[in-house]
Design a protein around this ligand. Sequence first.
Ligand code: UD1
Length: 416
Amino acid sequence: MQDTLCIEGGHPLHGRVRVSGAKNAGLVLMAASILADGETILDNIPRIRDVEVMTQLLNDIGVDTCWNDDNSLSICPPPGNVKNYTSYDLAKMLRASNLFLGAILGRQGEAIISLPGGCDIGSRPMDLHIKGLQALGTDISIEHGYIFARANQSCGARIYLDFPSVGATENILMMAVKTPGTSIIENAAKEPEIVDLANFLNSMGAKIRGAGTDIIKIDGVPKLKAGRYAIIPDRIEAGTYMIAAAISGGEIEVENVIPTHLHPVVAKLQETGAFVQENDQGILVRAGEQILPVDIKTLPYPGFPTDMQSQMIALLSLARGSSVIVENVFENRFQIVDELKRMGANIKVEGHTAVVEGVQTLYGARVKATDLRAGAALVLAALVARGETVIEDAIHIFRGYEDIPRKLSMLGARVK
Ligand code: UD1
């Protein structure tokens, strides 16, 4: 069955794995492509479920997309307006569908966007997106599950975000690049995917400074020109394979990475006793003699990424001692715990904190991927568990990991 992954544990992974393009950069760049006139070509876009849904969303609003022979993705908006409306049926499948709010507003000043779906990891409000877009002169109302937004004499503004939200920074950025005057986003998100978006927009003629810092300044321009751009590698996919080496007792060279993007993960992995070395090809990870317990707090970048928290819990389930994990970004991100307990893990959750008491062995079981990263964590646990693990609802994993059964098999895992 396509929606189930079966993994026989106990085979240390060895070899090289090439990391795909970053899901979260790819999704926002696909939306941002409609800000330009003409054909945009994106290289390094991963062939994953979320990208498939994003292409359907683009097609649904009248934008042509096509995969080229060299694996690049062409995005061609029509000469006039796109349909200014995203439907619930597609938007519910993907949180990133909310990025069409800033993109369509930036393109043509009026958008009706279905409130988005995506991973069930917390309430995921959009108040910061809305506050920022209103500051740029947009009238916004929410009715019947849709956001109705209309730019009304928009002009540049100073916007302070109460929290450095990735999506809010991206939506505001996409509108601000086409808004007359200077806009300043304070307490902006600093994730590498934000920098990639700014670099992409600048390559099309936008005037953005400071991306990657707390303060982003944007001078609006009337037009952007389409071009070709290669997105950054996926730091979360890379981190997941790095943990695969550490948990399975193997050694993996993770290729096509930007090491600085992975420093928070590398630092914690080293504390667990794994050997980690950057080299010209990428990052080499070798399992330590034993897994040491570590404490982790998730934070916005450059803090430890919430998207690596579940995978780290899987690793620490087998540590020699107890680890304390504090989740500060999403309130409902410990669903992985119940599934790992089915495999023999000893974890207690109290509010935003999980206490992981390491056990000696995990056992194969029937488990369920409750969200994308929880699914990845179950894959990691299954690699080392005694016997076979059957992961149901693996569709969540395919949303974000390109070719995962093949990549794992090439490293020596037994995956069906
Ligand atoms: C993006 C990533 C996701 C990652 C997350 C944090 C994409 C497609 N997804 O999600 O993989 O886990 O960043 O790195 O890029 N918040 C508000 N009000 C808002 C917006 C957000 O309170 O208007 C809160 C959220 O509830 C959450 C926190 O801010 O607690 C972080 O959310 P945000 O940074 O916006 O994450 P996303 O952009 O949804």
